[in-house]
Ligand binder design. Structure first.
Ligand code: NAP
Length: 308
């Protein structure tokens, strides 16, 4: 599979988001889903300490074993875990040690702050993260849910103090949520920061299994009402337009969802979540359509705002 760079890391363009692990699926299903992704060429895994209250990291640590060295492992800290949260240097150290223990590894490839911490100056957080890099516990650092101003501020602080800088930002981005186009993508381009889109399939809406006039599929997020509420009539109509666009070009809606994101050079990897081995395999094979400039413009005409 094609690889792209996140700082010094080489990641597959299709990654695996692991937030179902420990929340919606158990250890055996998580392991089977993980191995299906790895066997299909995925090497980039994204999790967080909070996913399944630590279970996602635990399941990954237990399942990976010897295969740890095959993967680029990204995790996050900063959301509330056991009553603690944020980006203070003391907490950064503590959270990293807890993640390393759960992941059963000596190093985290990409360690991301899950959301900005308004109570801690970003320079202090970067100082804590820099220590982890120097200690060899973390290879690269990234952030999530940051605005373009916050990216700039962090980059300036790291530069001024000679600290490790964020090499990636993970924000919501999909055909249905195009906010990063306002200024985060251009800021990433300017600063040389990789962009990692989350909710790339709009919680499954862009997989092709939700179609207007048909009942919501069993055991799906749409049916279970898990995650953001995107399964509206208006969005289902947009799905029909996207599906028609893809199908007349002999592609699937799933391929459109992945390939459209990857048509943006700053997008490093599409970390779609999967709940079954079949989903993981299908997602790993969905990144191969090279959309032309005309096709990209036509998508903008079909659905200019893309808000859910
Ligand atoms: P998503 O990738 O947009 O949607 C994933 C869901 O769609 C799956 O759980 C599955 O749900 C369905 N699906 C996936 N592939 C499918 C396929 N091939 N066929 C049919 N259905 C399929 O949303 P996400 O998993 O919530 O987000 C992706 C990753 O982004 C997460 O795992 C996490 O790593 C990251 N994330 C980060 C943040 C942040 O604040 N940084 C926030 C949210 C997510 P069903 O089987 O239940 O339908």
């Amino acid at each position: 599979m094609e690889k792209r760079r996140i700082g010094s890391l080489d990641v597959s363009v299709a990654g695996l988001g692991c937030n179902n692990f420990g929340w919606r699926i158990g250890p055996d299903e998580s392991k089977a889903t993980l191995f299906a992704a790895l066997d299909a060429g995925v090497n980039f895994l994204d999790t967080a300490d909070v996913y399944g209250a630590g279970k996602s990291e635990e399941y990954l640590g237990n399942a990976l074993g010897d295969r740890r060295k095959e993967v680029v492992l990204a995790t996050k800290f900063g959301m509330e875990m056991a009553g603690q949260s944020g980006g203070s240097p003391t907490y950064v150290r503590q959270a990293a040690d807890a993640s390393l223990r759960r992941l059963k590894t000596d190093w985290i490839d990409l360690y991301q702050i899950h959301k900005p911490d308004p109570k801690t100056p970003i320079a202090d957080t970067l100082g804590g993260l820099n220590e982890l890099v120097r200690a060899g516990k973390v290879r690269e650092i990234g952030c999530s849910n940051f605005s373009s101003e916050q990216l700039r501020e962090a980059n300036d602080a790291a530069g001024a103090m000679g600290l490790a800088r964020f090499v990636s930002v993970q924000n919501e981005y999909s055909l249905f949520h195009r906010e990063p186009e306002e200024n985060v993508l251009s800021e990433c381009q300017r600063l040389g920061i990789a962009f990692i889109p989350y909710f790339p399939l709009a919680s499954g809406l862009l997989t092709g299994k939700y179609r207007k006039g048909r009942p919501l599929p069993e055991a799906s997020r749409g049916k279970d009402q898990w995650g953001p509420k995107v399964f509206t009539d208006e969005n289902l109509e947009a799905v029909e337009r996207f599906a028609r666009f893809a199908e007349t070009r002999h592609h699937t809606l799933l391929e459109l969802a992945f390939s459209w994101l990857l048509a943006h050079d700053v997008v490093a990897s599409v970390i779609a979540g999967a709940k079954t081995p079949q989903q993981a395999t299908a997602n790993a094979g969905a990144a191969n359509w090279r959309l032309t400039a005309e096709e990209l413009s036509e998508i903008d005409r079909i659905f200019p705002d893309g808000e859910v």
